[in-house]
Design a binder for this molecule. Structure first.
Ligand code: BGC
Length: 805
């Protein structure tokens, strides 16, 4: 008998209304005002609205990160809700027709490629319809108003990266023409950018009359209302960039080598110099710096004190609203470490905070703390995490390029925080950059000293025994043999058995084979911008559940004859409903710099998990934004590991506060491109790996104790992440103390991919989505391999704990 918690009613619940309100708050909080000569805010008035995203506002990226909501508010609708009159409905209708013709042609073209092969299906799933720019505007399209908004939109997503070409990273010729045309004809012209990641705005430099630029990002189901609230001034913009915007792609270090088709090695030649760490250390001016954002008001930030207690440094900063609109302000603390023995970045973010809503003239003191270990670096030759001797400058400000030096932390001699094994040897070393901008000397700053015996050196025992189960879980484990262990460690497959408890739209299910022994299956669902479920499904007489609205775009490519077979018929069978909330994508949420808000989103997602019976949420994703072209940047928070880690920790706490619900931090690790993602090796120095690509994971594991983690598709220095004992055990469990379950990313094991037995031995607990092939492979491999049998017992114990907790 299949059971489900999907509802038989499509009535709007109180939870849905509450979460929608939170989605609106989060969306408005995340918008970044890039330019404004005073034209904004603009009271509701007649408006000319153009651009792909007017009615087809892009709410989130594509692929597994999509969220299927009851209704998403477009910019057109949001502006009308706020009282603006849209005068260009004809243009918008014409665009609608162009969009539909283009989409049909795109589907036709792709249907020709349809074949029953994993590669073809994966390619199709990744195939993406690029929104057309629409017609070139001419005089006849002009509306009788002085106010105009142009929506510049881009879709991107899983399975492919963007390209440095028109229509993708660059503006295309029609967009440039239309923006120029609007800027010339409308006195109050505002450009809105509706993309999940950076694009090349350099063509704007030659266009006069762009009065304001708003970075909307991709804001989920309330995007249109949120944008309208910022444009009208009902909400004063307070978001700040979580990535640097280069002037053009040429300014991205080693950009020309990024994600080359069929390239099986991606050398991270820039090393630690990613994002602002590059721009600031090499004297390259970005178009917009990390941490930047304007507002309708202004703030003064005055550092009141910097002090040290134990290993914690605390900065007190008094923030005063010196302008005329009520708003919140984000304060950022950076540190410049001495450039002596090790090559160091010019500065790194070490703490941040956000005030409450401050009325004009109102002030608040923010207390921002960081541990001295935030100043550490990894000395690869010595295999030590160290604090270097010398002066560490602390600066406080409102963006990475707008700070004041406020104190010096002086460390007299090198301090070894921890000793490690060499876990990821890269042969030969990969980093090619050495910083070229020295940190200027500062005088007359308060000096904070650090006793050299403050930190006992930590030494790890990499042979630590695996932890053991207790209580009923351990009793259950005692009744299971190797074959049972294998069943627990392998999911039921992509289109797995329909039995046990089901969440329509779930992408992963643990085994249903032991329900009669009191061990239920659990359901795993995607994120990160909400839960990816099927909105509507049917259930036939035998209890079989079929989608009505599918949660994967692959179905679009199937011929009608086939979809009839896969899809349920809502006319004939009872319909099951699951209405979830589409929150802003992670890249947008990061612009809020608001850990409390993100924590509340975690709580809201958790309430939906409970409502529909999802136990494991496949989010947050916290890969670093290494290059602006990565297709999945919209799912990731930032180019900075501290910001990423703190936000991921906040959402994790929010979700896991409800007993039984848990997150899955992903994709562990260095999964920074989509091209060739199943085969590519991210080649990088252990120092870069530890200081950047693992740092966010370390923060979330240590601060929020996520109960599950997903490995990445790629290899690191030649070893598949799923096969890496260094990653899945030595770093994760031994060094960081992770006690949860590790799962593979979907379809990352098998022929020409990671080996299941090696993965289990490395410390992976769940092979996902699983199915017959991995079951058979593990059964065969375990026959004569006692060490694999022991590893299976350990992994099974961790899966059991995940299920039974
Ligand atoms: C993605 C994961 C996702 C999984 C399940 C994979 O393709 O990389 O992020 O959770 O699919 O949908």
């Amino acid at each position: 008998m299949i059971t489900t918690k999907a509802s038989l009613s499509d009535a709007m619940t109180e939870r849905e209304t509450r979460n929608r309100r939170l989605a609106l708050e989060a969306a408005a909080e995340s918008i970044v005002l890039l330019e404004n000569d005073g034209v904004l805010p603009l009271a509701p008035c007649p408006v000319a609205l153009y651009g792909a995203g007017a009615a087809y506002t892009i709410n989130g990226g594509s692929g597994s990160g999509e969220v299927n909501v009851r209704h998403a508010v477009s910019v057109l609708e949001g502006l009308e809700n706020a009282g603006y009159t849209i005068l260009t409905k004809d243009w918008i209708d014409r665009y609608d027709a162009i969009w539909k013709v283009g989409k049909e042609a795109f589907l036709r073209e792709n249907r020709k490629k349809l074949k029953l092969s994993v590669k073809v299906l994966a390619d199709l799933m990744a195939a993406e319809y690029r929104y057309p720019a629409g017609d070139r505007l001419t005089e006849k399209d002009l509306a009788d108003t002085g106010t105009c908004l142009y929506m510049l939109s881009r879709q991107s997503g899983e399975g492919h990266d963007r390209k440095d070409e028109p229509g993708s990273f660059q503006l295309d010729e029609t967009e440039i023409h239309n923006i120029r045309f609007c800027a010339a004809h409308y006195a109050q012209f505002v450009l809105v950018i509706n993309t999940g990641s950076v694009i090349d705005l350099s063509p704007l430099d030659g266009i006069a009359g762009i009065r304001a630029v708003v970075y909307m990002n991709q804001l989920g189901m309330e995007g249109g209302n949120a944008l309208a609230s910022v444009l009208s001034g009902a909400k004063t913009p307070c978001g700040k960039l979580a990535v640097s915007w280069p002037k053009t792609y040429e300014d991205v270090p080693f950009g020309s080598e990024f994600a080359k088709p069929d390239e099986t090695h991606a050398a991270y030649k820039e090393g630690i110099y990613v994002g602002y760490r590059y721009f600031d250390s090499f004297g390259v001016s970005p178009r917009y710096p990390f941490g930047y954002g304007k507002s309708y008001t202004s703030f003064a930030v005055q550092t009141e004190s910097v002090s040290r207690k134990g290993d914690a440094v605390t900065v007190s900063a008094r923030v005063t609203n010196t302008g005329s609109a009520a708003c919140r302000e984000i304060v950022q603390v950076y540190a410049s470490c001495p450039q002596a023995d090790m090559d160091r970045e010019y500065q790194r973010l070490v703490a941040f905070g956000k005030t409450g809503l401050l009325a004009p003239d109102e002030a608040e003191t923010l207390t921002l703390s960081f541990s001295l270990s935030a100043l550490s670096c990894y000395d690869e030759a010595a295999k030590e995490t160290i604090l270097e001797a010398g002066s560490h400058l602390v600066r406080v400000g409102q963006s990475s390029r707008d700070t004041q030096a406020v104190a010096v932390i002086r460390i007299d001699s090198r301090i070894v925080l921890s000793r490690h094994n060499a876990l990821f040897p890269a042969q030969p070393p990969v980093t090619e950059l050495k910083s070229s901008v020295a940190v200027p000397a500062y005088e007359n700053l308060p000096v904070i000293t650090v006793p050299s015996d403050l930190f006992p050196t930590k030494v790890y025992d990499y042979n630590e025994p695996q932890e053991v189960l207790s209580g009923s879980a351990s009793e259950k484990l005692a009744t299971l043999n190797t074959q049972n262990h294998i069943r627990f460690c392998v999911g039921t497959g992509l289109f797995g058995e329909q039995a046990g408890f089901r969440v329509p739209g779930a992408v992963g299910h643990t085994t249903t084979a032991y329900i009669d022994r009191g061990i239920p299956n659990i359901e795993l669902c995607d994120g990160p911008a909400g839960l990816r479920l099927q909105r509507r499904s049917t259930r036939d007489r035998n209890g079989k559940i079929r989608p009505v609205d599918t949660s994967i775009s692959l179905y679009e490519f199937l011929p009608k004859l086939l979809t009839k077979f896969f899809l349920g018929n809502p006319e004939k069978e009872p319909v099951l409903y699951q209405y979830v909330t589409g929150f802003p994508v992670a890249a947008a949420l990061a612009q809020s710099w608001d850990t409390d808000l993100v924590y509340r989103i975690g709580q809201a997602v958790s309430a939906e998990m409970t409502a529909f019976g999802v136990k494991v949420w496949l989010a947050p994703a916290l890969n670093l934004v290494r290059n602006p072209l990565c297709g999945r940047n919209y799912e990731y928070y930032s180019e900075d590991p501290l910001l990423s880690g703190k936000l991921a920790a906040a959402i994790t706490c929010g979700v896991q506060e409800t007993p039984g619900n848990c997150v899955t931090v992903k994709h562990f690790a260095a999964n920074n491109q989509e091209e060739n993602r199943y085969f590519v090796s991210s080649d990088l120095d252990e120092r870069t790996l530890r200081e950047l690509y693992l740092k966010g994971f370390e923060i979330v594991v240590k601060e929020a104790r996520p109960r599950a983690l997903m490995t990445a598709y790629n290899k690191i220095n030649g070893t598949y992440c799923a096969e890496s004992h260094a990653l899945c055990t030595d770093i994760l469990r031994t060094e960081w103390g992770f006690t949860g379950a590790v799962m593979t990313d979907w379809l990352s094991t098998g022929k020409d991919r990671a080996n299941e037995a090696e993965a289990i031995k490395a410390g992976v607990d769940l092979i996902m989505p699983g199915g017959k092939k991995p079951l058979a492979a593990l059964t065969e491999a375990a026959k004569d391999d006692p060490s694999l049998q022991q590893a299976l017992r350990n992994t099974c114990s961790r899966v059991l704990r995940l299920i039974l907790d």
